[in-house]
Design a binder for this molecule. Structure first.
Ligand code: GLA
Ligand code: ZN
Length: 674
């Protein structure tokens, strides 16, 4: 079964459009240009709160009415934003409580955006009221395909309101102070809480040494949970408000990929569909972008998502805002579709004339006409997407491999004081992901809560925080024949960041058949080595010193006082196997390991392709779509796996035939399989 994300007959094409920043007599010309570029969807009203509500009791919708009519007249679908990503100045003046206090304890003034305290009663009241008014007013527009709540939620607040709300949140989580004192291990450094009023937010006046360093990990992790929940509540309240009038219009908010502060796995459960903004720099690896796409698909439970924003050419906020080279915008757009997007959307339709985004890429440049490289490329892609019709929409991925990427674990690993400042959860995830991605092995990004039985291989790098039930699911998965892989610094703590005593890796110990006695942290200049499958690789960052408890050593350290002790092990457990990788290594090692594991489990790449050619498959009932994306500067040959048709050119290919992919080229092969 498959399902469309929203009411569209084709891959949606469009993005953020801010006509309210322009004189009305320019709008028709904008429409002419956007139609020329095959744009069919406009994200409207993202930052208009100040205009829509100029004072406490006054709402003015006349301009937005005209914009909605303009979109309708030109047969544009609308992704309608609620504008609550930046509050009006009068509100800050009248109700300073809506202003955030940052981690240093500094109260902010009016300015910038994404600046409202998520626990402010006033912010919640007026943001929800605006969302409701918009839904009431525009409910009869049948061209609204989605609600876009706020914009790129994020940030933190450490104000007194948030402090009070934190105490309420903690009461709900722990019930009583005794339990809270236990979970927070407050006997350390005399932190016992006698009264709920004793609890203060963990900021740089209290537990934090810097933004990222805390002396009280559990408190800081709880703050992150609380902050993510607080902001999510703002989303949910607006969600409910628009649903009152438009129960059938799906609701989203634009996420940001691997964005650390918000637990997107949790958010995903409350969003009708996932949408996200993709802004890689030209230096980012293709795998890094792919990881973000797969993570966003994972957050949505595997369903297709919407690429809500990307730049058609360059950004404005990077140190060096390089242009996307010719063909790259098209290539990266199809990369998003390959990984599950049912839309290609841009920020922005038209460059503004003032403030910090005036040099951000746009479909309509400051020249104001269609004779630009970017406009031509946008138009060509628009024509192609139109030709694709309803192909691909709703199709899903085919992964047999799951990679665990868990937000609470991320916070816990990165907050840990020791064993190494260089240990970063995301970096370790990326190493494994890259090895899979570069071999074109499809992978689902899952949380600790995900049911694992549908996979053949599950990799959980640095599974430090083992939340209740995760070991049970892993144990069952391996017992039933699955292959499980984890690494150093796994199984150490429970959901409260309290160490599970009795020896590392805690609850995973029986599955892995090892006991880790010590963990050595190597400075950047030091390496150990090991031989795996006849090749020598380096052991870096952390080196576990362990004992076999049923597992078999596959590689041993070569140097130091632990030379000869195991570094990589494999344990037979039930019908399956559990691997333990006791150190961090280099790219070639991960490539080798993944290759071995996939071969053993008979997991095949989407296609056999040369380096730099990405192959990704989506399926919809019996229809298979294979995307071949050539990220190289030169053309490449790919062997066609099935008798198929290139959807973009109509060319028919035979099985095993060699296909030539142009530099930066894209081919989408389609075939049917019963
Ligand atoms: C984000 C925002 C947009 C815009 C772009 C610029 O994604 O959502 O409003 O600021 O960045 O890259
Ligand atoms: Zn606050």
């Amino acid at each position: 079964m498959w399902e469309k994300v929203w009411n569209h007959q084709k891959i949606a094409y469009g993005g953020d459009y801010n006509p309210e920043q322009w004189p009305e007599d320019t709008w028709e010309e904008d429409m002419r240009l956007l139609k020329l570029a095959h744009i069919d969807t406009l994200t409207l009203n993202v930052f208009s709160w100040a205009a829509l509500q100029p004072s406490e009791e006054e709402y003015r919708f006349e301009k937005l009415d005209k914009i909605m009519e303009l979109a309708k007249k030109h047969d544009m679908k609308v992704c309608l934003a609620t504008s609550t990503g930046a509050h009006p100045a009068w509100m800050a003046r009248k109700y300073p409580e809506i202003l955030r206090t940052d981690i240093t304890g500094r109260k902010h003034k009016f300015g910038a955006r994404h600046n409202s305290c998520p626990n402010s009663f006033v912010y919640r009241k007026y943001s929800v009221r605006l969302a409701e008014k918009l839904a009431e007013r525009y409910q009869d527009y049948n061209n609204i395909v989605a609600w876009h709540i706020s914009n790129e939620y994020g940030g933190e607040c450490y104000c007194e309101n948030c402090e009070k709300a934190f105490r309420v949140w903690l009461k709900k989580r722990y019930g009583n102070l005794e339990e809270l004192n236990r979970a927070w291990n407050t006997s350390f450094w005399g932190h016992t809480m006698y009264d709920w009023e004793d609890i203060v937010l963990p900021d740089q006046r209290t537990e934090h040494i810097s933004e990222e360093q805390t002396v009280a990990q559990t408190i800081s992790i709880d703050y992150r949970r609380f902050n993510s929940d607080s902001i999510m509540e703002c989303f949910q309240m607006e969600y409910e408000a628009v649903k009152k009038y438009t129960p059938d219009i799906p609701v989203t908010t634009n996420l940001m990929g691997a964005f650390k502060p918000l637990d997107y796995h949790k958010w995903g459960k409350y969003m009708d569909f996932i949408s996200w903004d993709n802004y890689p720099s030209n230096e980012d690896s293709i795998s890094k972008t792919a990881l973000n796409h797969d993570l966003m698909r994972g957050v949505g439970g595997g369903k297709p998502f919407i690429l809500m924003e990307q730049t058609p050419s360059q950004q404005n906020w990077q140190p060096f805002n390089a242009l996307k080279r010719p063909g790259v915008m098209r290539l990266w757009s199809y990369q998003a579709v390959a990984h599950g997007s049912d839309a290609v959307m841009f920020f922005q339709m038209k460059r503004s004339i003032g403030s910090c985004e005036k040099y951000h890429g746009a479909v309509i440049s400051h020249a104001g006409h269609e004779h630009t490289r970017v406009f031509r490329e946008v138009t060509e892609l628009g024509a192609e997407l139109e030709k694709l019709g309803d192909e691909i929409l709703g199709s899903v991925g085919t992964a047999q491999v799951a990679l665990m990427f868990d937000w609470e674990n991320w916070w816990a690993v990165d907050y840990s004081a020791g064993p190494s400042v260089n240990l970063k959860y995301y970096d370790e995830i990326l190493k494994y992901y890259t090895a899979l991605h570069e071999q074109n092995i499809a992978v689902d990004l899952v949380s600790e809560e995900t049911e694992l039985s549908q996979y053949k291989l599950v990799i959980a790098p640095v599974l430090y925080m083992t939340k209740p039930g995760v070991d049970v699911r892993i144990r069952e998965f391996v017992a039933q024949g699955g292959t499980f892989v984890t690494t150093f610094f796994s199984g150490y703590v429970d959901e409260n960041d309290l160490v599970i005593i009795g020896g590392y890796p805690g609850r995973l110990r029986d599955i892995l058949g090892v006991w880790v006695e010590e963990i050595d942290a190597l400075p950047e200049t030091k390496k150990n080595h090991f031989v795996y499958q006849g090749e020598t690789y380096s052991a870096k960052l952390l080196c576990d010193i362990m004992h076999l408890e049923g597992a078999q050593a596959l590689a041993e350290y070569q140097e130091d006082f632990y030379a000869g002790t195991p570094v990589i092990t494999c344990n037979s457990f039930g019908k399956g196997e559990a691997y333990y990788i006791g150190t961090s290594s280099e790219k070639d090692f991960y490539a080798r390991l993944i290759c071995e594991l996939c071969e053993k489990q008979n997991i095949k790449p989407a296609a056999k392709a040369p380096a730099g050619v990405e192959a990704v498959e989506r399926v919809r009932n019996h229809e298979h779509y294979l995307f071949l994306l050539n990220h190289n500067e030169e053309q490449k040959e790919v062997i066609v796996p099935e008798e198929s048709t290139d959807l973009l050119t109509g060319t028919i290919y035979h099985k095993e035939e060699s296909l030539t992919l142009a530099a930066k080229g894209v081919v989408i092969l389609k075939w049917f399989e019963e």
